[in-house]
Design a protein around this ligand. Structure first.
Ligand code: F3S
Length: 640
């Protein structure tokens, strides 16, 4: 039987387990990436493991999220990251060099390699055939220490692409179409592997946009073949030696097949406040637009921004439409500058921002109150823009640039000819010298820490019986932004768990932290798809610090589930979803934790003696980790 690409890569990196969907497999990890918002904690955890030099082929520490440097906290953290990378043998990418995923794609990712990153959009590197997955920071720290990364063996879905993109349709519209069809939880436990005759017509930036936003499907990852287009991309990046052909066998088997006709696609947009609320741009014609933001790890490539400059050239955006542009990397910025493409952006009224995440996580560029913001980003969760009632729409760079000129949604039929599809110039400038490569011997490097860096606390083992109250009850589709909002003030505290914990669920229920402090322990009751969104492990570390013992939900998002396990919080699933309605804020619960078995069912007992059956999808090892009080304890005890 022929093999698909995913199977080929997993087989080559398999350390333990059987390649049967749903069974746990352990994978050798070739590369890791961290970014500052989650990576500072990941590096503290790496230090706590006490391993010395990283044991991967390559680990890169990027600074791209919190680059505004308000006060001492961020620059202190950046200095810690630079020095700990030098000591540990990792590459460091300073603030302003670019966004981790864009930089990794351009400079380090390799076809056929395994990559995990402490950022949920790590699958961007799947655009050139890496098996790239978002993971919790502790999982990344362990991979840097040479430990395998464990995942349930995914199902592999073939996305058969036929035809070719035409007119204004872009790679972004491919993934928006998939989100429209499958929703934000349609990809859980799956790898989306792109195939078919339409693949050849897609550029690497289009492919990377698609794999980047595959994260919004809840997928394990997404991957494209490594073909001639990939070889040419790597050659232009000066890395032809990193190329290898990687294609599925002609008779490869898949668990499912989805077909998308590229020719039939037209510009799409995701409406507030979920990436799967997708409609055609023309359906919104007439709606006023207050802001357009072009950039992020999804759409900030050279081709996106060259098209943007071409669309805006010689024209002016309306004064009431704020236009923000953040290039994905200094390499992109240099190419734009070299070709005289910065000037048309400035002349059109754009504000040119730093090469960083910026407005994507509300680091500047928040929309006006209740303002409509069209963004080329991957997420439009409520409040993520920094304006709680901001109305964020997600679209391609080309669509966003065109709409910026109109100041309102318009029908693409009125837009005139689409800009040419851009390929990289012959002579792509290198930014390799901007990375800080570690010395051969880092033993004399002093790791420098500021006062905001607070050492990790020790966590207790899981008690045999948990007596606790439901101290928070939330609805379906709770995101990690709900659990721990982003934004400059909060993410600056990422290396200080006691301080950042004060913000847990602060925008959902202001009394939650107070109730947790009063009771010392508690349980969170949630609906479907709890914890979707980013990989931020502070969304598990914070609740753990406050004393959350269990999260009882209808279903869980993949990375957050892993983070709960890593920090010793029981992720329990309601056997009967309707039992959600039988428990309220303040309900007393007794959880027979010592009776929980992998996949088994136990009965919780409520204060009035009713029983609520809960199950779990934990492996034996995951259960041992939770019982030990989390992964760091388990590693120290030799249980993982
Ligand atoms: Fe940064 Fe937003 Fe991507 S925060 S890594 S640009 S999802």
């Amino acid at each position: 039987m022929g093999k698909n690409i995913t199977r080929k890569i997993i087989e080559k990196h398999l350390v333990s387990g059987e390649m049967v969907p749903g069974r746990e497999v352990g994978l050798r990890i070739d590369q890791t990436l961290t970014q500052d918002a989650t990576g500072t904690m990941a590096w503290l955890q790496y230090e706590a493991i006490g391993i010395g030099r990283v044991r991967t082929d390559l680990s890169v520490s990027y600074v791209d999220h919190n680059t505004l440097q308000m006060g001492f906290r961020n620059p202190d953290d950046h200095r810690f990251l630079r020095t700990v990378a030098a000591k540990s043998g990792a590459v460091f990418s300073p603030a302003g060099t670019g966004i981790c995923h864009q930089l990794h794609l351009e400079n380090f990712a390799k076809p056929g390699a395994t990559l995990i990153g402490s950022d949920s959009h790590t699958p961007t590197a799947g655009g050139i055939g890496s098996m790239a997955m978002g993971a919790g920071g502790l999982s990344v720290a362990l991979a840097m220490a040479g430990e395998p990364y464990f995942i349930p063996m995914p199902q592999v879905v073939k996305v058969e692409l036929t035809g070719e993109l035409t007119g204004w349709a872009q790679g972004k519209d491919v993934i928006l179409e998939l989100l429209r069809r499958l929703t934000v939880k349609g990809g859980v436990g799956k790898v989306f592997e792109y195939a078919g005759p339409g693949v050849a017509s897609l550029s690497v930036p289009d492919r990377a946009t698609i794999t980047n936003m595959g994260a919004e499907l809840g997928a394990t990852t997404s991957i494209f073949p490594s073909d001639e287009t990939t070889r040419l991309f790597l050659a232009k990046m000066g890395r032809e030696g990193d190329w290898m052909e990687l294609i599925a066998d002609a008779d490869a088997e898949y668990d499912d097949v989805i077909t998308i006709d590229l020719t039939a696609l037209e510009p799409l947009v995701a409406q507030p406040h979920m990436p799967d609320q997708v409609c055609k741009v023309k359906e919104l014609a007439g709606k006023k637009i207050d802001q357009v933001a072009i950039g992020s790890c999804t759409n900030s490539s050279y081709s996106d921004l060259k098209n943007t400059a071409q669309i805006l050239s010689g024209k002016m955006t309306p004064p009431e439409t704020d236009l923000l542009i953040s290039p994905g990397s200094k390499q992109v910025m240099k190419m734009l500058a070299r070709e005289g493409l910065i000037e048309p952006l400035l002349d059109a009224g754009a504000r040119l921002l730093e090469c960083s995440c910026g407005p994507c996580i509300g680091m500047g560029g928040s929309p006006i109150s209740a303002g409509v913001s069209v963004r080329t980003f991957n997420r439009n969760f409520e409040g993520r823009s920094g304006t709680q009632d901001g109305q964020v729409y997600l679209a391609s760079a080309q669509t966003a640039a065109r709409l910026a000129l109109d100041g309102e949604f318009t029908d693409p039929a009125t837009w005139g000819p689409a800009p040419e599809r851009v390929s990289l110039p012959e002579d792509v400038p290198s930014i390799r010298d901007l990375f800080v490569f570690p010395p051969e011997d880092g033993s004399s490097v002093e790791v420098l820490r500021g006062p905001n860096i607070v050492a990790l606390e020790d966590f207790d083992k899981l008690p045999g019986t948990i007596e606790a109250k439901v101290l928070l009850k939330v609805e379906d589709n709770i995101t990690t932004d709900h659990i721990l909002p982003a934004g400059a003030q909060i993410t600056a505290l990422r290396s200080n768990i006691p301080a950042i914990s004060e913000y847990i669920f602060s925008r959902v229920d202001e009394g939650f932290v107070g109730r947790m402090k009063e009771h010392g322990k508690g349980v969170i009751l949630g609906g479907e798809n709890y914890g979707q969104g980013s990989s931020r492990e502070h969304a598990a570390l914070g609740p753990r610090h406050l004393g959350v013992k269990a999260v009882i939900v209808k279903s869980l998002a993949r990375i957050h589930r892993a983070n709960l396990v890593n920090f010793g919080i029981l992720p329990l699933l309601l056997a009967n979803p309707e039992d959600y309605d039988r428990m309220e804020l303040g309900t007393d619960l007794t959880i027979p934790a010592s009776e929980i078995t992998p996949g088994g069912t136990v009965n919780l007992v409520t204060g009035d003696g009713a029983t609520v059956p809960v199950t779990n999808d934990l492996t034996k090892k995951e259960l041992e980790i939770i019982q030990a009080g989390g992964l760091l304890n388990a590693v120290r005890e030799g249980k993982s």
